[in-house]
Design a protein around this ligand. Structure first.
Ligand SMILES: C[S@@+](CC[C@H](N)C(=O)[O-])C[C@H]1O[C@@H](n2cnc3c(N)ncnc32)[C@H](O)[C@@H]1O
Length: 287
C-alpha cells in the first residue's frame, strides 16, 4: 500500500504576475515530504524503458510479460493480473487506451514502430479530458502556445498524430485540445528517473505543474514508481515559495539560462543567476 497522498502547499498567484506558484502551507524541515500524489495525471514509461520496466508500477523487473495484444507494454508478475487479464474480463485497465494506440501504430507504420514519448503522453492525457475537471485544469495551465506554434518544435504535426493514433475523430475541437495539451505538457512535464538515476519516463499533473524553477531550489521532485513526491531540501517557512529545478544545476549560468529560455521561455532571476559570480582566482604558473 503506498503512503496516503498529502499536500502541504497552497497554489497562489505570484506578486506582479499572472502566473502561479506553490507555497508552503506549514513550516517544513529538510527531507520532509511536501506533496505526495500516488496517482498523478500521467506517469508514463518512455519508449526506451518499455521492455525493461513494468508499464503499470514503472519498476524494473527481471521477468516482464508483454501485453498479449499490443506486445509493446510489459508487466511484472505483480501487475500482470490487473493489466493483461483484465482486458479479457472487460474491466477498464490503465493500459487499455494505449494498447489500442500501440496496435494502430503497428498496423500503419510497422512492427516495433512507436510514437514519440511526448505524443504518447499527450494521447493518455487527452483520453482523460472527459473526466470531470481535467480538461479545464489542463487548459488553464501555462503553455507558451504562441512561442511553440511555428517554433520548429513540430507541435502541429504531433497534435495530428495524437488525435489520429488515439482513434479519435479528427475534429477541429479535438485538434485544438491536442495542440494546447502538447504545448502545456512541453513546459509542465517532469522526467521520471529510476532508483539508479536513469531516465525512464515522463510525469505530468496540473498540481505538480504549479512548481516554479530555481537553480538553487528548496525542494526536489522524485517519482517512487508512479507516485510523485515533492520533498523539502532546506527549511521552508510557512508562506515561502516552494521551488524545484527543471534542469541540471551543475551547468554554468549561461548554459542554464539558455536552456530555460529555449524550453521554458523565461529568464531565470533566482539567487544563483543574479548573485555576481565569484571572480576567478589567478594562479601563477608554477605556484
Ligand atoms: C511548470 S510551469 C510553473 C507554474 C507556472 N508559473 C504557472 O503559473 O502555471 C513552468 C512555467 O512557469 C514559469 N516559470 C517557472 N519558473 C520560473 C522562474 N524562476 N522565473 C520566471 N518564470 C518561471 C515559466 O513561464 C515556465 O514556462
Amino acid at each position: 500500500m503506498p503512503p496516503p497522498d498529502l499536500n502541504k502547499t497552497r497554489t497562489r498567484t505570484l506578486p506582479n504576475s499572472t502566473q502561479n506558484g506553490l507555497f508552503a502551507s506549514v513550516p517544513l524541515s529538510p527531507q520532509t515530504p511536501i506533496l505526495r500524489l500516488s496517482q498523478p495525471l500521467l506517469a508514463l514509461l518512455q519508449n526506451s524503458a518499455l521492455e525493461t520496466h513494468c508499464s503499470n508500477c514503472l519498476l524494473p523487473a527481471p521477468l516482464l510479460l508483454p501485453c498479449r495484444l499490443c506486445e509493446a507494454a510489459h508487466f511484472c508478475e505483480g501487475c500482470k493480473e490487473g493489466h493483461i487479464v483484465s482486458r479479457r474480463r472487460g474491466m477498464a485497465g490503465r493500459h487499455d487506451a494505449e494498447c489500442a494506440t500501440f496496435m494502430r501504430v503497428t498496423q500503419e507504420r510497422g512492427e516495433g514502430e512507436r510514437l514519440p514519448t511526448p505524443v504518447r503522453g499527450a494521447a493518455h492525457v487527452l483520453a482523460r479530458f472527459g473526466e470531470e475537471g481535467v480538461r479545464d485544469r489542463v487548459r488553464g495551465m501555462v503553455g507558451w502556445r504562441d512561442k511553440q506554434l511555428g517554433g520548429g518544435k513540430g507541435v502541429e504535426l504531433q497534435a495530428k498524430a495524437v488525435v489520429h493514433y488515439s482513434g479519435m475523430e479528427m475534429s477541429r475541437g479535438r485538434l485544438e485540445d491536442a495542440l494546447e495539451l502538447l504545448c502545456v505538457m512541453n513546459v509542465n512535464s517532469f522526467r521520471i528517473t529510476d532508483a539508479g538515476g536513469d531516465e525512464i519516463g515522463i510525469g505530468f499533473d496540473p498540481l505538480l505543474g504549479m512548481a516554479n524553477h530555481s537553480c538553487a531550489p528548496n525542494a526536489s521532485l522524485e517519482f517512487d514508481g508512479r507516485c510523485a513526491v515533492l520533498t523539502a531540501l532546506k527549511h521552508i517557512e510557512e508562506g515561502e515559495e516552494v521551488t524545484i529545478s527543471y534542469i541540471d544545476t551543475t551547468q554554468p549560468r549561461a548554459a542554464r539560462q539558455a536552456f530555460l529560455q529555449e524550453h521554458y521561455y523565461f529568464t531565470c532571476t533566482c539567487p544563483a543567476c543574479t548573485t555576481p559570480s565569484t571572480p576567478s582566482i589567478a594562479v601563477e604558473p608554477g605556484s
